[in-house]
Design a binder for this molecule. Structure first.
Ligand code: BG6
Ligand code: MG
Length: 219
């Protein structure tokens, strides 16, 4: 294991509730629909524009907006989301993550971020973690969002490794699929049934240690 490719939302910090709050408000105010609670998990790992399109489909409004209008709606959601995450601090780092990053660095493992979020650099800055990573893959640079492998391949590239030399960590089903499609070893965080395609699953981030990742890699 020479590198670890980290998802951000749900692995490093818990932002799913802020995404869902912003999407819910947008859906209510602009589309006059109420999103079911299941959307919080359904949209995990899904890019901003793909999420917007799924919501429009749910609302039965997929054909009512031009591509430009869809972009504007997604932009409005992002403004609501940015307002929510402006208060993030180091205290919002999920349990075990700071320790894991230290352990990996001490073992000369390269660290790269493979998040679908265009806000990843801003969030890492807020959490005080930006300097800990060797690279942050830019989701604007890749063609296909998760579950396609693109962002994990790009994250490995950025640290001059192949996905086969890396472990990827994900909390979303679409993300685990993306890691596997890239050819890296997948460690899931969360529900073992939902993430059954992962090579190994832990219940929460406090169980993520260097030795757990190394064991998953060597299995
Ligand atoms: C993922 C989140 O990490 O990033 C998704 O799980 C989100 O919910 C996606 O839609 C894109 O994020 P952003 O910050 O670029 O809108
Ligand atoms: Mg995630």
């Amino acid at each position: 294991m020479q590198g670890v490719l980290f998802d951000l939302d749900g692995v490093i910090t818990d932002t799913a509730r802020f995404h869902f709050k912003a999407w819910s408000r947008l859906a209510k105010e602009k589309l006059n629909v109420t999103l079911p609670a299941s959307f919080e998990s359904d949209l995990k790992g899904i890019s901003r524009i793909d999420s917007m399109n799924r919501i429009l489909k749910f609302a039965g409004m997929k054909n009512e907006y031009t591509a430009e209008e869809v972009n504007e709606l997604a932009q409005t959601k992002n403004e609501l989301y940015l307002n929510e995450i402006s208060k993030l601090t180091q205290a919002d780092i999920l349990p075990g993550i700071e320790n894991l990053l230290d352990e990996l660095a001490a073992n000369h493992v390269k660290l790269s971020v493979a998040s679908a979020s265009k806000n990843a650099p801003f969030i890492l800055e807020k959490l005080g973690l930006k300097q800990q990573f060797d690279a942050i893959a830019n989701p604007a640079k890749v063609k296909h969002g998760k579950p396609a492998p693109d962002i994990f391949i790009e994250a490995a590239n950025q640290i001059h490794l192949t996905p086969q030399q890396c472990v990827g960590i994900e909390d979303a089903k679409a993300g685990v699929e993306a890691i596997k499609a890239a050819g890296a070893v997948a460690v899931g965080v969360g529900d073992a049934n939902e993430l059954h395609e992962a090579d190994s699953v832990v219940g929460n981030t406090s169980e993520l240690t260097y030795s757990v990742l190394k064991q998953a890699f060597e299995k």
